[in-house]
Design a binder for this molecule. Sequence first.
Ligand SMILES: CC(C)(COP(=O)(O)OP(=O)(O)OC[C@H]1O[C@@H](n2cnc3c(N)ncnc32)[C@H](O)[C@@H]1OP(=O)(O)O)[C@@H](O)C(=O)NCCC(=O)NCCS
Length: 397
Amino acid sequence: MPPVHVLGPDELRAAHRLFAATIQQDPVPDDDWERAGRSYSPGRTLGVADDGALIGTATSFPTRTAVPGGAALDTAAVTRVGVRPDRTRRGVLSAMMRTLLDDAVDRGEPLASLRASEARIYGRFGYGVASRGRHVCVSGRGAGWRREPAGAVRLVLGADIEPTLTALHDVLALRRPGGITRRPAWWWAQVGRFVAKEQHLVAAVHTGPDGDDGFALASPLPEGSFSHRALKVNDLHADGPDSTAALWAFLTGIDLVDRVDGWLRPVDEPLELLLADPRDCTVTGAEDETWLRLVDVPAALAARAWGDGAPVLVGVHDRLLPANDGVYRIGGGTAERVGADPELECDVDALAMAYLGDRAPSLLAATGWWRVHDAGAPARADALFAADRLPWCGTYF
Ligand SMILES: CC(C)(COP(=O)(O)OP(=O)(O)OC[C@H]1O[C@@H](n2cnc3c(N)ncnc32)[C@H](O)[C@@H]1OP(=O)(O)O)[C@@H](O)C(=O)NCCC(=O)NCCS
């Protein structure tokens, strides 16, 4: 197989074109390339070329991921992965993933993260589903809320949207495990380019007793008619049920809006508990959100907070990064590698499934993801891995 190489600035457009084609999209037009090109972090895009043409590409950008306890760990966010359809299943992706992992190790990034087009691709590279979301549809006009939403909601317009939401997002998102910081290119793709073209967006901020504590961004869905409109929530981060209720009540209460759809919303967003009629919220789907890779297992385990309870010995196996192999003693608020026999064992992808608090070790053991050598260990591990809130990110990349 031809080697993986780091692409120079003059090769990025070809990489962008190749990736777009692999997900069946048009290339970006000349006018938009300058901005799209800026979204690539220098020195972090890989390519595989054959016969003078790119046949595979993948890139990453730096972000930080909040973990239980509040620390935010440097993370390689892997994205724009594609292999030309006539060159798939020959190891091109495998070679690029290997290089991306080595690159994260060299950069000292303890985590890598991605969003998967298909669920069967990334487990083999040590990524596991670490947060999930659900798709919801909430009735408009008819929806009533159990109590009058507290606080005030104000509309944010035009050029004010991006700076207002940016400032709020990074504070709110990092309060929850799984939240990541966003970069300007994300905001340009999700907000800036629509504002520049004066396309319609609904942006709103909620103010609670302690100041601004939530925001929502929605855009119109194409279906419906003049007096029966539907909105799609593109972004909604809220600090607690009052802010959540007020923002959803605002969107569903806009005149002419019959329906508001949300995609990959937090699994524990309490819409059914907030609505007067819980059936005004229909769950239309559920999907994996964060695919997380613990690149540096000792550093990642040491960085998160642990629950109370008796310690547990977890054996970790990492086929691609054997420096992570070992038995980790978790307990007393810390995690460290020890020379002992494991009470539980897992591969690094299955460790990621519990790391942010999404899946309980006992459930992972019962479903065959973790192996049990001590019958009392799963319950102890559950208490240690438990987090205050289910993880959720809310940023798709
Ligand atoms: C997904 C994609 C990048 C895989 O590239 P690839 O070069 O074919 O992958 P590899 O040859 O390195 O495959 C490695 C292994 O993963 C498996 N695999 C790869 N893609 C798979 C898929 N979509 N479904 C199931 N298994 C897959 C291969 O069969 C192979 O298994 P093996 O090690 O047991 O032989 C490529 O199919 C693609 O570009 N798809 C369309 C765009 C896309 O979905 N990109 C990902 C965005 S998140």
